[in-house]
Design a protein around this ligand. Structure first.
Ligand code: UDP
Length: 415
């Protein structure tokens, strides 16, 4: 079977058990994975392929099928209680979800199954084998053992570490979003290098755009009249995102130069302890008056926030990629990010922003002060960042995905 980007009507089934493409990123457990799956699915559907995204029903109201665009449907499968579950509660519903998926695919088959995150992969693996459908796996994040010294997501339920290793060995193709993730899949999960492929992520450069002339003039006027610069940090309020480092760093900058700090994002469903700690920390540091916790923002509001910011900080302990860094680049805003995981690829050091290796708030404060004090360098970085982002469309990302599917389908039918 030959499949090319032009061949219409490849039937793709994305499996997304624990979070829905309809969830608003920044809320519940929705984040980068939701943005990526939705954008790639939309791009595939625009090119004439038929895409269904299978997710767990997490409320009573949603229709069984929701059409998002021509050729693109979200299918709600009944597995476990029809309410929002904490991430840790999904492992026991994997089997029921797999059974529903099998029944659905028997009625209406797909050519390829693409599982997102390990819950989905383990649920889909037996279905794929039984129905002889090739299985593609994307991890989005890979857990590290509780006792490990490495930064990273801890397994929130007991089967995760073994489940990820099993998928790395058994899925037909593993898709990584960065070279850093590919290396982890090979080194830590024992994935066969031949079956791991990097598919770079994209960014919507119309939604995330630099501010228009008038908006920019307003900003320059603001600074000319002594207005504070504004640094922004965006993400789910989870300790891995390192927002505490952003607070400490900003607090170290002398009051008269100190930028305002705006944190966008909501706590995950399994707890708001970190969010409370951040509020307490801001109070303790005496920077509450210049710190704003905005909660989650819709995509359009977030895009506006980003292009109005002076700088974006990504202090995450680890990221498989770090979409926010690319969204900031598309908005023409320089990024200061931790030199960790995929952020090393999302930010071009000294070109689209700065990568900071130290965890020391003083090093971060110095990097922030250095850039804020050099508007010309910031403008050059912003322009380079926008140019970089313009090379990363979601259509190009989906095209790479399709090439990967095509190779797999060719091998599968030959076998
Ligand atoms: N996001 C959003 N609204 C918010 C917070 C986050 O739309 O209030 C989006 C953000 O723009 C990005 C995604 O959620 O596209 C987060 O992806 P990232 O790779 O930065 O982190 P992850 O959630 O995968 O850990």
């Amino acid at each position: 079977m030959t499949v090319s980007w032009e061949s219409p009507r490849l039937r793709v089934g994305f499996v997304m058990l624990h979070t829905s493409p309809l969830d608003v990123p920044g809320t519940k457990d929705a984040g980068g994975m939701n943005v990526v799956v939705r954008a790639q699915a939309e791009a595939l559907a625009r090119s004439g392929h038929t895409v269904r995204i299978f997710t767990r029903r997490a409320d009573q109201e949603s229709a069984p099928r929701v059409t998002l665009a021509p050729g693109l449907q979200v299918v709600h499968l009944d597995a476990g209680p029809a309410r929002l579950l904490a991430k840790a509660e999904h492992e026991p519903v994997m089997v029921a979800f797999g059974a529903q998926l099998a029944a659905e695919l028997e009625r209406d088959p797909v050519d390829v199954l693409h599982a997102e995150h390990w819950f989905s992969g383990i649920a889909a693996l037996p279905v794929a084998r039984q129905q002889q459908i090739p299985l593609v796996q994307s991890f989005h994040s890979i857990a590290v053992a509780e006792e490990s010294e490495q930064p990273g997501e801890r397994p929130e339920s007991p089967g995760r570490l073994a489940g990820e290793r099993r998928l790395a060995r058994e899925a037909d193709l593993l898709i990584a979003v960065s070279a850093a993730e590919r290396d982890t899949i090979i080194a830590d999960l024992g994935g066969d290098p031949e079956r791991v492929r990097v598919v770079p992520l994209g960014v919507d450069t119309e939604l995330f755009r630099p501010c228009a002339k008038r908006e920019c003039a307003e900003r320059q006027d603001w600074f000319a009249h002594g207005g504070r610069a504004e640094v922004l940090a965006v993400g789910r309020l989870h300790p891995l995102k390192g927002f505490d480092l952003a607070l400490d760093a900003v607090a170290q900058i002398p009051a008269e130069q100190r930028p305002a700090l705006r944190i966008v994002g909501a706590p995950p469903p399994d707890g708001d302890e970190y969010a409370r700690e951040l509020h307490e920390q801001a109070a303790r540091l005496g920077i509450l008056a210049t710190t704003a916790f905005e909660g989650a923002l819709r995509r359009t509001d977030l895009a506006e926030r980003i292009r109005r910011a002076t700088l974006v900080l990504v202090p995450s302990h680890t990221e498989t990629f770090g979409l926010v860094a690319l969204e900031a680049a598309a908005s023409g805003i320089p990024v200061i990010a931790r030199a960790a995981g995929g952020l090393r690829e999302a930010v071009l050091d000294e070109v689209t922003g700065l990568l900071v290796t130290e965890e020391d708030p003083a090093a971060w404060a110095a990097a922030i002060t250095e850039l804020l004090g050099d508007p010309e360098r910031m403008a050059a970085m912003g322009a380079a960042a926008r140019a970089h982002a313009l090379t990363r469309s979601w259509s190009a990302s989906a095209e790479e995905l399709l090439t990967a599917y095509a190779g797999l389908l060719g091998a599968h039918s030959a076998a």
